[in-house]
Ligand binder design. Sequence first.
Ligand SMILES: Cc1ncc(COP(=O)(O)O)c(C=O)c1O
Length: 370
Amino acid sequence: MISKFKEAFFQSTKHIHMNNGGLAPINKFARDRVTYWNNRFYEEGFFTDLEYVEDIKMSRIHLAKLIGCDSTEIAYFQSTASAVSQLCMQFPLEAGDEVITWAEEYGSHLFPWQEACKRKKAHLVMVKSPENLSAPYQLLVEKITPKTKVIAISWVQFLTGARTDLEALGKITKEKNIFLFVDVIQGLGLHPFDMKKWGVDAIASGCHKWLFSPIGVGFLALDQKHMKMIRPHNIGAYTFGTCDDPTDSICEPKLDALKFEAGSKQVLEITALGASVKFINEIGVADIEKETLRLATLLRTGLEKKGHKIHSPYELSNHQTAMVNFIPKDNTIEALRSINCNFAIRGPGVRLSPAAFTTDAVIEKVLSVL
Ligand SMILES: Cc1ncc(COP(=O)(O)O)c(C=O)c1O
């Protein structure tokens, strides 16, 4: 099965993709969907109307299967940041409430929560990772007080690849009636996920990393039980009933997550995402995870053999993810550039993030220059 996954990607002889945790190449199913709708819009314009709407619906259905929620609980946005903003700006925080997060979060998650807390005079409690760079849920739990309303974290930390055990955290937040919000962009499609089973109340993500589809679309999935509590942040023709019926504007917003989609959608990106996620579901995330971790381990052990110091919490198996962050030597950057290998500078290290489409030969080539 995993060979079928690899075959869906362009195996470039010119580029080495080691920043898939930044922007990954898209697969051929996503590419073909963009081409398909591009041609249909060129040739048929508005006559495509009913069909592209149907394709967007299908995209939601594939994504819901991957997430473990209902398709009516998903709303599309332009980015992770805009999906996070929808949730946190409309979350009913009050002065003195507390929101717990990790201290090393990415800006698209951190800044919206900082702003929401500032506006509501709530307190953002930032929890630092321990020495071994892991992100254990117990540290978050220790910070819970009677004022804690939300735990808002990334599943996988973008700097180190540390992964928080959401299933264990979800049990506790459920018991204590705390809202659990997770930015899943660095894990969804890469590690198995189950929003409802794990008791996660809402997630936000983009699609250009482990979902291998075009950059420019994000989404929010919100458990239906909270749908009434979170009002739409952006308001437009689509917030209410049908977009062509202005009398609907006197009504309450729609009852499902579609109320968050204020206007026209990014049809090309959303349908491409649907095609890619359908393929990921067919291959199975467990197999994709297994192959990615095998390649990441190959890379990490190779780097260690060559005397590089690793800056990722790989010793703990359930914390391991695709990212291998290591401290560069004098010539590391030049060496990677010499083979046209991309990477990300993250904290004190260079972050390499192979994907399941990466081949062993590519890992060996990278190691040969380091
Ligand atoms: C944890 C995390 N959240 C979000 C994003 C992306 O945010 P956005 O879609 O707003 O650009 C990234 C990486 O780019 C990330 O690592």
